[in-house]
Design a protein around this ligand. Structure first.
Ligand code: NAD
Length: 490
């Protein structure tokens, strides 16, 4: 089986790998085996300062590099990521726990963003109009901002850095990446591969650490933009602290996603798709379904069908190709999820499939289905972030839409039906930024924005596609008059 080639977590600053000044951060454990993998550094203001200065020093030359030349590094990056796909997927699986096929899937979504960013010479263009007044022309150009900080969570160790980094550098910015301190190895390997493209020193830098490193980035006067993905309380904090010092900030937060199943939904595919959404990546996807709302007679078949799908899943080490669901990220996370299942039972739900007995040295929780959680239960509003699906019932689609409206989150929702009219009404009225129609994980492709709403997003421009280009550039409007063409008498 694949193993790590290093247990040392290092920073990459100004084109050099450097040892962190302290290793006093989290102990890193393989979530499937319980084996130690190393220790994450706590991170320090001094390291962040070095990385930001390296990025700032690289900015003038990088900004002046023609866009068509900048994207040549991304073409190379795409090809290297394809070449190293198996190795990178194994690395994600070792430190995050998801299955190999999920790791490959995440990397494919990341590579898609590199591909889209290769189109920057077209996508970054502004616009112009001649003769806005006689002899006067007006031109809008987009220019890079400077140093951009990218702060990412544990659940997609490579895809989420790639939601931002390719666009930031293709538009002429330089970057300091601060990956999750629970999965530092995949990001380090990504940066090694980026370095292999020959990208000039300082354009991409890596600092490791937790809150110390994040705070230092948020307060640093040379950081112009911050892209963050993580839990809602931290997203709110990062948004407030980063904006307070005038930075441009985009923060994607947590989620509590609902799917609505109508009686006319195709039973077999609906069940398979919802099971994959709820239990895939051990429920640790920000688009994972957490609550299924059955309407009318869907109540009769869905509970039995989803219970049998959940019970049949093979839980184990994601490196084993037969495994269908891996562990959750840490033992602490496992304890939290087990306790939330217990609270669900205390608050009136019945665990019709109970994953609390899952065995193994790793942090395993089996697929769990909670039936009949009351609407008033605090668990209805809690992001569990584990393989736990609640199933509740509503009389009508309108009632389900109102239930979603009451949620503090707005990341995603889906409807399963064969009725175009019901689907259209749902997608028109529902209060989430990503919507699926017969789709369990409505993850936008790289050329669409990843559009969370409400407590799932803080900011204006989202990740990916055209939003990313808007986010990483400033608009400049030039109004020109030439002496030969005097258009006004003074
Ligand atoms: P997290 O909030 O714990 O950590 C995210 C990042 O913030 C990490 O880099 C971490 O080191 C840093 N951080 C943690 N605590 C901090 C603090 N107090 N101050 C400053 N920085 C801090 O998130 P996580 O557990 O790594 O990831 C899971 C969460 O991310 C879930 O809530 C999930 O829904 C969310 N998520 C959202 C999306 C989305 O697109 N909306 C995508 C993926 C994950």
């Amino acid at each position: 089986m694949a193993t790590l080639t290093t247990t040392k977590v290092r920073n990459f600053i100004g084109g050099q790998w450097v040892a962190p000044t302290s290793e006093a951060g989290l102990e890193l454990i393989n979530p499937a085996t319980g084996d130690p993998l190393g220790r994450a550094p706590a991170g320090s203001g001094a390291e962040v300062d070095d990385a930001v200065h390296a990025a700032h020093a690289a900015f003038p030359a990088w900004r002046a590099t023609p866009a068509a030349d900048r994207v040549q590094f991304l073409f190379k990056l795409k090809s290297l990521l394809e070449q190293h796909l198996d190795e990178l997927a194994a690395l994600i699986t070792i430190e995050n726990g998801k299955t190999l096929s999920e790791s490959k899937g995440e990397l494919r979504r990341g590579i898609e963003n590199v591909e889209v960013a290769c189109g920057i010479p077209v996508l970054m263009q502004g616009y112009s109009l001649e003769d806005v007044a006689p002899g006067i022309d007006e031109i809008m150009v987009r220019q890079p901002l400077g140093v951009a900080a990218v702060i990412t969570p544990f659940n997609f160790p490579l895809m989420i850095p790639l939601w931002f980094l390719p666009y930031a550098i293709a538009t002429g910015n330089t970057v300091v990446l601060k990956p999750s301190d629970r999965v530092p190895f995949s990001a380090a390997r990504l940066v090694e591969i980026i370095h292999q493209t020959g990208l000039p020193a300082g354009v991409v830098n890596l600092v490791n650490g937790g809150k110390n490193a994040v705070d230092a980035l948020l307060d640093h006067p040379l950081v112009r933009a911050v892209s963050f993905v993580g839990s809602t309380p931290v997203a709110k904090y990062v948004y407030a602290r980063g904006s307070a010092s005038g930075k441009r900030v985009q923060c994607q937060g947590g989620a509590k996603n609902h799917v609505v199943v109508l009686p006319d939904a195709d039973q077999e595919t609906t069940t398979k798709i919802i099971a994959d959404s709820a239990f895939g990546c051990a429920g640790q996807r920000c688009l994972a379904v957490s609550v299924t709302v059955t309407i009318g007679e869907a109540k009769d078949w869905f509970r039995e069908a989803i219970s049998s799908a959940a019970t049949g899943l093979k839980v184990g080490n994601g490196l084993d190709p037969a495994t269908q669901m891996g562990p959750v990220i840490t033992q602490a996370s496992r304890e939290r999820v087990l306790s939330l299942i217990g609270q669900g039972a205390e608050q009136g739900a019945k665990a019709i499939v109970d994953g609390r007995g899952a065995q193994g040295a790793g942090s395993f929780v089996g697929p769990t289905v909670l039936d009949g959680l009351p609407a008033s239960s605090p668990l209805m509003e809690t992001e569990i972030f584990g393989p736990v699906l609640s199933v509740v019932h509503a009389a009508t689609v309108e009632e389900a839409i109102a239930m979603i409206e009451r949620s503090a989150y707005g990341n995603a929702s889906s409807i399963f039906t064969s009725s175009g009219a019901a689907a259209r009404k749902f997608r028109n009225l529902v209060s989430t930024g990503n919507v699926g129609v017969n789709i369990g994980v409505p993850a936008p492709m790289a050329y669409f924005p990843f559009s969370g709403w409400k407590g799932s997003f803080f900011g204006v421009m989202h990740a990916q596609g055209r939003d990313a280009i808007e986010f990483f550039t400033d608009k400049k409007v030039i109004v020109e008059r030439w002496p030969r063409e005097w258009s006004r008498k003074f």
